[in-house]
Design a binder for this molecule. Structure first.
Ligand code: NI
Length: 167
């Protein structure tokens, strides 16, 4: 495994549409393993392939809603599609490609995603709260959509410093 460079906001690749994953081979597994290492080292909760310069429909999301004592696990999603969404959450969101920038984005509170695993097997997975937000955010990356285009506003320096959002 190796870490890969995370592209930042000025890179045109971030705004392009990714192609479906069709071949579930060792090269794909290498990409996913590298993305996992990159994500774990970054301290983020999700990473999309275009963020490491690969325009393929592959994302990783860390499921953080786990019972105490259990390890957080990385969910690999190939060709993911949101098939159900419900509720609403409004809150601060950031992105590894936009270091130190956060904005208010409204997302569904719960989503269900249909995707394929690294061997091509189809599965569905649901997430709530931060996990739901992360599914939406990462899947948006596959269509070249970044969170700043969905923000109602960015957080101010003051809000970032005191950790409180002024309504
Ligand atoms: Ni992002």
């Amino acid at each position: 495994m190796a870490t890969r460079n995370i592209l930042t906001k000025e890179e045109p690749t971030l705004y392009k549409t990714s192609r479906p994953v069709k071949v579930f081979d060792a090269r794909l597994h290498q990409l996913l393993d590298d993305m996992a290492e990159t994500l774990l080292q970054s301290g983020g909760v999700g990473l999309a392939a275009p963020q490491v310069g690969v325009l393929r429909r592959a994302v990783l999301v860390i499921e953080t809603n786990v019972p105490e004592g259990e390890e957080e696990k990385i969910i690999e999603l190939l060709n993911p599609e949101i098939i159900e969404r419900s509720g609403e959450q409004r809150g601060a969101e950031g992105c590894l490609s936009f270091p130190d920038e956060y904005g208010i984005v409204t997302r569904p509170m719960e989503v269900t995603v249909r995707a394929q695993d690294r061997y091509g097997n189809e599965f569905t997975v649901s997430g709530t709260g931060l996990t739901a937000r992360c599914f939406c955010h990462e899947i948006d990356h596959l269509d070249g959509v970044v969170f700043t285009s969905l923000c109602e506003r960015m957080l101010t320096q003051e809000e970032l410093e005191n950790g409180q959002i002024e309504e």
